[in-house]
Structures are given as structure tokens and as C-alpha cells.
Design a protein around this ligand. Structure first.
Ligand code: ATP
Length: 451
């Protein structure tokens, strides 16, 4: 890794590959134990394991990029190569400016020293003067907020305390590039919120942030851009909402085994609860299928059920794409059945804000209602959700999915971006409140029309 203050790119990764050989098969965790990897040392010994395969990308100064990928995809390895903890087998990494990294929990801490001493040491290692360190120390300790433990040896810390001190130290050292690996998932909820606010503040100051997380909402709300790793390869690089969808689709299964397990599960659900009764096409105007096809941006699933139309209807039953307030509206979703579907399927509608962050979902399963067995055919089925959306002014997008059972990874059909609704006025103004949800109604109902 080389550090270049003048570059316009904050991070530049060129042709980077990383092969693990037997000597790296296990790594020492600063928490005091050998951390074994999900790939066994035997595998590594026999062949060497290509954890990163010819990775190329660059991150501009001030950009915030999320890194996504399944377990073992190579995310941590990439971060370690970028921060210089690991040497790439091939390729090069350039970083412009001072890098702050939050990788493995408490990495870099000396377990025998206290939290305070570790912070002082880290400041000295980064080349800060003792005055600078002293000035920052108070801020760091205040943000970490672990009380008298700051003067206890780090080896006595809980994982939550460790992440508090590590995070606080890294974000207060004025990094030009901040690298974060899932660290937030360790702290408690309150501290996670505090960290997210701090990261937003840092992003606002133009610091480059490179962020690994399994929380798609965190990636979507913090990062405009995301990259996706699969088995050590970079398979997507683009707007975070699109990359998150691609990642979600890659997590959905299309395997016959998962389908069989999901159907068995749905049978159990059905025996306990009621079934939905659905309208057929005769009773509803059919929404144009070609419009639906061209609206959907991203689709996956086995195709047994296929969505064909979506509309938001106002209280008079008119189709709308913008509305003053979303009171007493109906979300109408239509679909066909392409091959026989056993009873028990569930359908969900998800609503996201314009940053792609999930806000609200309706799922037939939440109401313990399941679809009946349906035969293949050209009939169009309609599901209506009558509701009032508690949202402030803004644009909202709709997404839908049909599964054999609620917790199955198998989708019959999954469609992202089936429609948008502009809400034109904010019914409640709570001072300077800038959130997207304005109130929580107590009368949300899912109404399914009886045949
Ligand atoms: N020190 C190591 N020796 C041998 N193999 C390793 C080592 N570290 C990681 N691996 C292997 O390299 C691959 C990538 O691991 P990495 O930790 O980078 O994935 P990840 O995407 O961060 O996964 P997770 O989300 O589970 O943390 C995995 O198959 C892993 O088993």
C-alpha cells in the first residue's frame, strides 16, 4: 500500500488478488484467541485459496462506498488489503491521506494497557503531538462513554466496550479515509445510532468512507455507491440501491430443495390459520401488464406466480401516482399463476423512501392469511391492501414478492420498483422534524376482498 496526499482518488485498487496459503490459514485475534475461518485450514493447505480475484476500482475523495457480499465473499480481506494489514498477492493499492480503520474488534489495542493508554499510543503512532492527543482524548473518552473502565486494561473489556473505544478513537483522529467493517453491529442500539450520526457527520465533512455492512438499510442511507463481491470477484459497482437489489436477488434461492422445504412449511402454516380469498379478473379492471413489465427494474424468482399489475387507488378508486395525503388509499397488486401453486403462499408489498431505505411492509403472513391452492391459467388475481400511509411529503417506491412461505428464501416472483407515489403535502409539521414518518396510525388493516 502506498499513501499519496495529492491524488484526486482517495482509494485506488488495481488488479488486486489475494491468495491465502497454509501459513495464513488462521489469524490471531487481538481478543486473545485464534480466529478460525469458515474455509478450513485443510483447504487452504492443499491448494491455496483465492479470496480476492483481480479486483479493480477506485473511490473518489469524499465518496462513501458500501461493500456488500455473502459470508466469505472476501469483504474483510479486501479491507485488510486496503488498510495494509495484509499484502496482496498481486496488484496494488493507493491511499490518499491518513487512513482510519475499524476492522476486527479492537485490532491494534494492546490488551495489557488501559483504554486511555491505548488511545494515547494510537495518537502517537499516527504522528499527533502530545498536545493534540490530549485535546482529543477528552472527546474520545466522552464519546466512548464507558465510565471508569477507560482506566482499566483493555483485556477486561466486554466486546461492546471495545467497539465503543475503538470507534471513538478512529473517528476522532481526523482521518481522510475511514474504513469500517461491520463494527457497528457489536454495540448496543443506542451506541449504533450515535455511531451512524457520527459517520454522517464525518461524511458531511468530506471524509472518504468505505463501509462493509450486512445492513442494506445502513448502506443505502449512508452510501450513494456500493460494490458487491462474490467469491472474491467484484460483480457489481454502481448506485447503492441497485447493488443492494442485486445482492438481495442473489440471496434468493431458486433451488428445488428450498422450494420443497418452503411448501412443506406453508402447509403447516395453513393448518393453523385462515386462507385469503381473492378476486378474479372479472370483478376488477385489469391493470396493463406491459406497463408493469416496463416499470419493474429488477426481477427474480421461479415464476410459478407472476405479478402483472400494480396501482395505488385513491379513496374514490381512481388510479394515482401523486396524492395530497395518502389517507384511505388502496394498493392493488395483480398476478397470474403460471404453474400450480399449493395453498399457503404469502405476498408482500414493501415501501421505500427515495434513498431506497425500507419504511413499511405489508405481508399477508403478518395477518396470518395465506393464499389458497391455485391452478395454472390466464386468470388474473387481485390483492387489495386498504391503508393510510403515515408518510411526510416525498416520493416513495413500491416493491413486491410472492413466496411459498414467509421465512423461505425461495421466491415465486420478486419485483423491485413496481411503482412510485408522490405525497404532496405533509399533514403534520412537528417543528423542525425532518423524518419521513409523520405519525403511526392505529388502524392499519389488510382487507382482502371476498370472492
Ligand atoms: N487467514 C486466512 N486463511 C485462509 N483463508 C482465509 C483467511 N482469511 C479468510 N480466508 C478465506 O477467504 C475467504 C474470504 O474471507 P473474508 O473474511 O474476506 O470474507 P468476508 O466477505 O469478510 O466474510 P464474512 O462476511 O463472513 O466476514 C473465505 O473463504 C475465508 O474462509
Amino acid at each position: 500500500m502506498s499513501i499519496n496526499q495529492d491524488a484526486t482518488e482517495a482509494i485506488s485498487v488495481k488488479g488486486v488478488s489475494k491468495e491465502y496459503t497454509f501459513t495464513h490459514a488462521r489469524r490471531w485475534s487481538p481478543l486473545g484467541h485464534w480466529r478460525s475461518r469458515n474455509k478450513s485450514s485443510q483447504d487452504s493447505k492443499s491448494a491455496g485459496y483465492l479470496a480476492l480475484d483481480d479486483i479493480n476500482f477506485s473511490v473518489g475523495k469524499g465518496e462513501t462506498v458500501g461493500v456488500l457480499g455473502k459470508n466469505g465473499a472476501g469483504k474483510s480481506t479486501l479491507l485488510q488489503v486496503i488498510t495494509g494489514v495484509l499484502q496482496p498477492t498481486k496488484g496494488s493499492v493507493n491511499i490518499a491521506g491518513r487512513i482510519g480503520a475499524l476492522l476486527e474488534l479492537g485490532a491494534g489495542f494492546n490488551p495489557e494497557l488501559t483504554g486511555r493508554e491505548n488511545i494515547e499510543l494510537a495518537g502517537a503512532v499516527l504522528g499527533l503531538s502530545s498536545d493534540e492527543v490530549r485535546r482529543k482524548l477528552d472527546e474520545i473518552i466522552e464519546f466512548a462513554d464507558i465510565g471508569e473502565f477507560i482506566d482499566h486494561p483493555v483485556k477486561t473489556y466486554s466486546s461492546g466496550m471495545m467497539v465503543r473505544v475503538a470507534f471513538s478513537q478512529q473517528v476522532h483522529m481526523d482521518p481522510d479515509v475511514l474504513i469500517i467493517d461491520e463494527a457497528l453491529s457489536v454495540g448496543d442500539m443506542f451506541f449504533q445510532q450515535k455511531c451512524l450520526a457520527k459517520i454522517k457527520d464525518i461524511i458531511g465533512r468530506g471524509v472518504t468512507v468505505f463501509f462493509v455492512s450486512h445492513s442494506l438499510n445502513a448502506v443505502k442511507s449512508l452510501c450513494r455507491r456500493a460494490i458487491l463481491l462474490e467469491k472474491g470477484k467484484l460483480v457489481a459497482d454502481g448506485p447503492s440501491e441497485e447493488v443492494c437489489e442485486q445482492y438481495q436477488n442473489s440471496m434468493s434461492s431458486t433451488s428445488p430443495e428450498d422450494l420443497a422445504a418452503a411448501i412443506a412449511q406453508s402447509e403447516m402454516n395453513r393448518s393453523e390459520h385462515g386462507e385469503l380469498r381473492l378476486h378474479f379478473e372479472e370483478s376488477f379492471p385489469v391493470l396493463p401488464e406491459d406497463v408493469f413489465e416496463s416499470t419493474v427494474l429488477n426481477r427474480s424468482g421461479g415464476g410459478e406466480i407472476r405479478f402483472t399489475g400494480f396501482a395505488v387507488l385513491d379513496s374514490s378508486g381512481n388510479r394515482v401516482t401523486s396524492i395530497e395525503r395518502a389517507n384511505n388509499i388502496k394498493l392493488r397488486l395483480q398476478f397470474k399463476v403460471n404453474s400450480e401453486v399449493p395453498a399457503g403462499a404469502t405476498i408482500g408489498i414493501l415501501i421505500r423512501d427515495m434513498h431506497g431505505v425500507d419504511l413499511l411492509a405489508y405481508n399477508t403472513d403478518f395477518y396470518e392469511a395465506y393464499l389458497p391452492a391455485m391452478a395454472a391459467g390466464d386468470r388474473v388475481y387481485s390483492l387489495d391492501v386498504s391503508t393510510s400511509l403515515p408518510f411526510a411529503m416525498g416520493r416513495y417506491s413500491f416493491h413486491c414478492g410472492a413466496k411459498p412461505s414467509a421465512d423461505s428464501p425461495y421466491f415465486y416472483d420478486r419485483c423491485f420498483n413496481i411503482g412510485v407515489l408522490d405525497i404532496e403535502s405533509n399533514p403534520l409539521t412537528w417543528g423542525m422534524y425532518g423524518g419521513r414518518l409523520v405519525h403511526t396510525p392505529n388502524d392499519l388493516k389488510l382487507l382482502v376482498n371476498a370472492v
